[in-house]
Design a binder for this molecule. Structure first.
Ligand SMILES: [Zn+2]
Length: 96
């Protein structure tokens, strides 16, 4: 999704610009540390607001832009995400 946003906004075909690269690295690192692990809910339902504020804003811009377009470019992924976002929040795992 970040790639899609970057391609259309920052015009670097085939690669992410520095800004988007940083955002993706950050997102990956956060995901890694998410208390829910792979069973995690869609981030908008997640009670743990793990993104730093400025990163959250950037990510929201990306999602807002890429979200509707996902349906056309990656219908399967969009569908999974839709299912994901409807799933109930799993019980919070014990703190590690
Ligand atoms: Zn970019």
């Amino acid at each position: 999704m970040i790639a899609m946003y970057c391609r259309d906004h920052h015009g670097a075909p085939g690669q992410l610009c520095a800004e988007c690269l940083a955002l993706r690295e950050y997102a990956m690192a956060r995901l890694d540390r998410c208390v829910y692990g792979l069973g995690k809910p869609a981030c908008k339902h997640c009670p743990v607001h793990c993104y730093r504020k400025s990163m959250r804003e950037s990510m929201r811009a990306v999602m807002r832009y890429a979200g509707p377009r996902m349906v056309w470019e990656h219908p399967l992924m969009a569908f999974r995400h839709f299912i994901d976002s409807r799933r109930k929040l799993p019980a919070k795992p014990p703190a590690k």
